[in-house]
Structures are given as C-alpha cells and as structure tokens.
Write a protein that binds this ligand. Sequence first.
Ligand SMILES: C[C@H](O)[C@H](O)[C@@H](O)[C@@H](O)C(=O)O
Ligand SMILES: [Mg+2]
Length: 395
Amino acid sequence: MTMPTITAVRAFTVRGGGADYHDQGKGHWIDDHIGTPMGKYPEYRQSRQSFGINVLGTLVVEIEADDGTVGFAVTTAGEIGAFIVEKHLSRFLIGRKVTEIEKIWDQMYFATQYYGRKGVVLNTISGVDLALWDLLAKVRQEPVHALLGGPVRDELQFYATGARPDLAKEMGFIGGKLPLHHVPAEGEEGLKKNIELLADMRSRCGDDFWLMYDCWMSLDVNYATRLAHKAQEYGLKWIEECLSPDDYWGYAELKKNVPKGMLVTTGEHEATRWGFRMLLEMECCDIIQPDVGWCGGVTELIKISALADAHSKLVVPHGSSVYSYHFVITRQNSPFAEFLMMHPVPDQVVPMFTPLLLDEPVPVNGRMKASALDKPGFGVRLNPEVTLHRPYPVG
Ligand SMILES: C[C@H](O)[C@H](O)[C@@H](O)[C@@H](O)C(=O)O
Ligand SMILES: [Mg+2]
C-alpha cells in the first residue's frame, strides 16, 4: 500500500474552552482563588485569568494528505502556535509521507531548539504530532491506541479534578483532586484553610476515597512539607506540583520530607524525554504527569513512558481528553487516568474540551470502556459550530 503524502497544513485558533480549558466564563470553579506562583501578589490571587492563565487560547492543527484524509488535533498554543506551525514547522510536513512521524518530530524539535525546548513551542510540536498520529491512524482506519500496541485492560478508570470530590465520589470516580486555594504569602491563616477544606472533604467522602491536592507550582519546600504533614491526618494520597517545574532539587528534598506513604507527583509543565529524565534520575516524584498536548505529543510520550517504566514509576498523564486516553489504555504503568471536571459547578460530567470536539467520550460511573475509543484516529471531530480563525494563512 503506497502511503499518502501530506499536501497541506493549517493552523487555527479558538477562544472559550477547548484545549485551553482555563479559558472559561466567570464563576467557574477552575478560576476561584486557586493558588499559583503569582499568589504572592494579592491582586492576582482571586482569579488566574487576571494574570493571564488563558492568554494563549486553543491551537487547532489540521494536516491533509493527497488521498483527502485530514488529521487534526488541539492543544494550548493559540496564535503563537499558529505562527510557529505555518511559518516554521510546515516545511517539515509538506511532501512527507504520513508515516514519517519520527523523522518529522526530530526535525521539528531540533529546528526549534534555539528558541523552544519547552513551553509553547513544545505545546505546538505536540499539537502537530497528535495531528500526525490522528492522520496516520485514519489512513489505516485504526484507533490510535492500536498503533501503540493496543489496550492492556478492558477499561480506563478515572479520578476527577475539581472543587467537589464528594460529588465525584457519587459519580463513581476513584478519587478527587482538589485545587489548593491558599499560598505561603497568605500565612498560617491560609494554611489552616487549606487543611480545613481537606478535612471537610474527608468527612464527606469517607476514609477510603482518594483525596489529592494540586498545588499548581505555588509553594516552597518548607510550606509543602508542613502542608503534607498536616494533611496526613486526612489521608492525602498525593501532593501535586508543589514547586516550580525547574526546582528539581526542591522536589528531591520534598520527596524525602513528606510522610511515609504520601506520594509526590509532578510533570504537567515538564517537556521532552530530557526534562523527565531529570525528574526521574533526581528522584523528584513518585508519579510523573506529562500532558501529551504539552510534553512533545505521543511520539515523545512513548519515550518518556518507557524511561519512567525503567525507573518503576507510574505515568498518569495530565488530563488531555482523548489524547491521553488512547495512550493510557495501552500502558501497564498507567493504571488510571485524570478527568478534569469542566462543568462550572462540578456536579456533572461534560467533555473535557467542550465545546470544541464532537464525539468526545466521557467517563460513565468513573470508567470508560476501551471499546469507546475504537474509532479511527483519536475518534473525535471538530464542532462545526465553533468558529476557527486562521491568523497566518500560507500563500
Ligand atoms: C486544577 C488545577 O489547578 C489545574 O487547573 C489543572 O489544570 C491541573 O493542574 C491538573 O492537574 O488538572
Ligand atoms: Mg496538576
């Protein structure tokens, strides 16, 4: 079978939800006084949008082959990402066979290394890589998970991230991850409130339900250590992303400080096999949480996951809808997945990248059958009701 050739690459931007899931309307739980590294400035504490967590917006990458097949993917990169795709990365795509994924990744990464390596450039490379996997799988009329070796279990099980772990328990999730609300600059009063919220949720959820705290890079080693020890009484399962992603030394110290049995997790803002090698070899955490739309795509996550497996570490990707589900279902060291509750009051399950994708599967009773992923590619379509903007059209 002669494999099709890539004839066109298009990059679009979208606002309002989608892959930039922090880009929500007023009153959403995900923007309600959540602790961040900007929390040292009181004016930026109430809303993460106030300091710009949603400035990028969604990048949609479409890649078309000469047989008419179109692969696409979405990630967080907006206009910057569209510029990089149209002005720089497209030269490594046009005229290439749809099977040349590994070589294209290598050329995209090393051609942008002088200005990329992590952040929005790797988000953009991830978006292109995911679109390439979608395209190849559609050409072969297979789900992406089949190209990765196929499911190792019959279903995915999910923990839920959101403001109401008690409701997540009622909906059948295996655990609930709370955003941490108060940062060191809010002193002992803030620490007390962080613990009070955990205590309240523990009383609502009972003793066995997993409860975790997501600290979104907002703490220092001392505060995180004290929080972990106070949280032990309420059975905190893991403490997530406490420190700056660059503070590998701090994570190594924190992992030694936390109570025995409490897990330290991080990685959603880390990128590439080299970044995760640092986390693994410096013994920074127990679980790594790459976002497949930010770490380099499926092509890089395969390498990251193998490295983690060799270190006997779990890989539980940061919630990224179908893009993580197709990976997690194929890996033994990814025993469960994250589901981000994107309904404003997290009392109901809605697709994570809503309203951008049609046919986006969601957990039912906290689980998803592997068969729900058995459609060509990543099995989703762009919602035609969502207006796409193409800021840098070629030609
Ligand atoms: C809920 C957290 O504050 C972030 O918004 C979330 O995107 C991420 O950290 C997560 O792990 O889901
Ligand atoms: Mg997180």
